[in-house]
Ligand binder design. Structure first.
Ligand SMILES: Cc1cc2nc3c(=O)[nH]c(=O)nc-3n(C[C@H](O)[C@H](O)[C@H](O)COP(=O)(O)OP(=O)(O)OC[C@H]3O[C@@H](n4cnc5c(N)ncnc54)[C@H](O)[C@@H]3O)c2cc1C
Length: 482
């Protein structure tokens, strides 16, 4: 079919962005017979879920694990819908949480932590039982009956800190209960409901690592897309979504190419999609106001090290170790939220424990990471980068003595790096934040622009690889009317 006047080519669906959400959507539509074109500004697919190589070491740029791997309901559904279950191999791993005088391991048995904590804090036993009981009920209700649940009503505008304070008195115990950092914010900025749901979901599913590194996930999705006749163009930045009479009709690339499409799917940061690529004039005023008000999640600071030492030799045996140097990191969080380069906790990932092919023989990949603000108050990230890397390496060295003497390759990513490579606003790791005021405020996958859909972590259900994959599948099914 020929493109209409004003367009250079035409297709059924254009997907902007080859993150996991965009690729899943495109691959499923292609499998269902649609002509699909995915346009990606980077030279590799995956967005936050990519890997890069340096001197024989393969580093995962952002994503370090998947909750549930193939066993997670959401991701399993996606892989089987695309017939690629056999193309990915996941290995289960575990996380160790290290506190000043205690260390705990992740466990898929959701009764394990409450009973362990009851043994350590017998005077708080009643509170621990009550807290985990309510966490379990919130997790169930949010899936089954969020509208009618009295619990959801009670906690919908509360923070996890408020929920904790209701049941627990001991500050140390509070820190242990909230050791999971995967909503990227402190307890008082995390929604009680989102955090409770995350705790049970992640704990019961466990943590999995894809063999071949996290790049193997988008690579498998691209193969699925192409197998069904879909196309992907790299180094292609879309800077406009063409809208006529409230309907999306195609896109324009930065090089001036205009592609006509019956549907457009944006896997791109929401404010860019609507405010930059469409423009306020095409949007309802209240939608524009909402977009400006929604809170964006924090970003990260990563140090990537290729090392000639096996950290297991000095006792660091977990593929992921999360270190809390203090039981009360309120001050560190406050500094970070004010734009200071502060470290409330940090993680050390050694993916080569699971897949030794990611490094030359006898060597390991060590990634040291923490959360980070986009704006620093008194310095630029380019000024801060070296110092922050040195600080994180020094902290990691306390657990891996000799680390700094065995570094072969060293690189780092700041929030600006994540923004540059993924175009996520402020390098946001999870799209919108999970604060109490953001509860149920993620944008709908259907948009005020007819025939424009969203997939990825700026829409529902939320951030994280399995979740955005599900959003991609859902967007595709909306388009297909399935
Ligand atoms: C540092 C970090 C660590 C994380 N760790 C984990 C983890 O361990 N486990 C987990 O499950 N989740 C993790 N997450 C969250 C998870 O990675 C994201 O929620 C998820 O990958 C986002 O997927 P997405 O589909 O929204 O697309 P994104 O990954 O945001 O990708 C969007 C894509 O669109 C492209 N693009 C943007 N604008 C344009 C444009 N105008 N034209 C063309 N292309 C464009 C980008 O280049 C990019 O490829 C992490 C995120 C970060 C940043």
């Amino acid at each position: 079919m020929k493109a209409n006047r004003g367009f250079d080519e035409e297709t059924d669906v254009v997907v902007i962005g080859a993150g996991i959400g965009g690729l899943t959507c495109g691959a499923y539509l292609a499998k269902r017979g649609k002509r699909v074109k995915v346009l990606e500004q980077h030279y590799v697919p995956g967005g936050c879920c990519t890997s890069f190589n340096r001197k024989g070491f393969q580093f995962d740029a952002g994503v370090l694990h998947l909750a549930g791997g193939k066993e997670s309901g959401a991701f399993q559904r996606v892989l089987s819908a695309l017939d690629i279950e056999d193309e990915l191999e996941f290995r289960e791993q575990f996380q160790r949480f290290v506190f000043p005088d205690v260390s705990l391991e992740s466990s898929r048995d959701v009764t394990h932590w409450p009973s362990l904590l009851k043994d350590k804090f017998p005077r708080e036993a009643e509170g621990i039982v009550g807290l985990f009981d309510v966490i379990g009920k919130i997790h169930d209700d949010i899936r089954r009956l969020p509208e009618t649940s009295p619990l959801i009503k009670k906690y919908r505008y509360k923070s996890f800190q408020e929920l904790l304070d209701e049941y627990i008195r001991d500050a140390k115990l509070k820190a242990l209960v909230s050791a999971n950092w995967h909503l990227w914010h402190p307890n008082w900025r995390n929604s009680a409901i989102d955090y409770a749901a995350l705790l049970i979901t992640e704990q019961s599913r466990g943590y999995f690592y894809p063999m071949g590194g996290v790049q193997s996930i988008p690579d498998a999705l691209v193969r699925a897309l192409e197998r069904h006749g879909g196309e992907i163009e790299y180094k292609t930045l879309v800077n406009q979504i063409a809208v006529r009479d409230g309907v999306a009709v195609g896109v324009k690339t930065s090089e001036g190419k205009r592609i006509q499409a019956k549907q457009v799917v944006s896997n791109v940061a929401a404010r860019s999609t609507f405010l930059n690529m469409i423009g306020e004039d095409h949007l309802p005023a209240e939608f524009v106001n909402l977009l400006r008000q929604l809170e964006i999640s924090l970003s990260a600071f990563y140090v990537y090290l290729g090392v000639s030492i096996d950290p297991r030799g000095v006792g660091l045996d977990a593929p992921e170790t999360i270190v809390y140097e203090t039981y009360d990191n309120t001050r560190e969080w406050e500094l970070l939220l004010r734009g200071e380069p502060s470290i409330p906790c940090f993680g050390i990932a050694v993916p080569t424990y699971i897949d030794s092919t990611l490094a030359p023989q006898g060597c390991h990949v060590v990634i040291v990471m923490t959360m980070a603000p986009y704006h620093l108050r008194n310095r630029s990230w380019s000024e801060e980068k070296r110092e922050m890397s040195d600080t994180l390496i020094a902290k990691a060295e306390k657990l891996i003595p000799g680390l700094s003497q065995h570094i072969i390759v060293r690189d780092a990513a700041t929030p600006l790096t994540y923004e540059r490579y993924t175009l996520n606003t402020m390098g946001a790791a999870m799209g919108w934040a999970y604060s109490p005021s953001m509860f149920l405020k993620r944008l709908d996958q259907r948009t005020p622009i007819h025939n424009l859909y969203l997939a990825g972590h700026w829409t529902t259900p939320g951030g994280g690889v399995p979740t955005v994959a599900l959003s991609g599948l859902k967007a595709a099914r909306m388009i297909l009317g399935e």
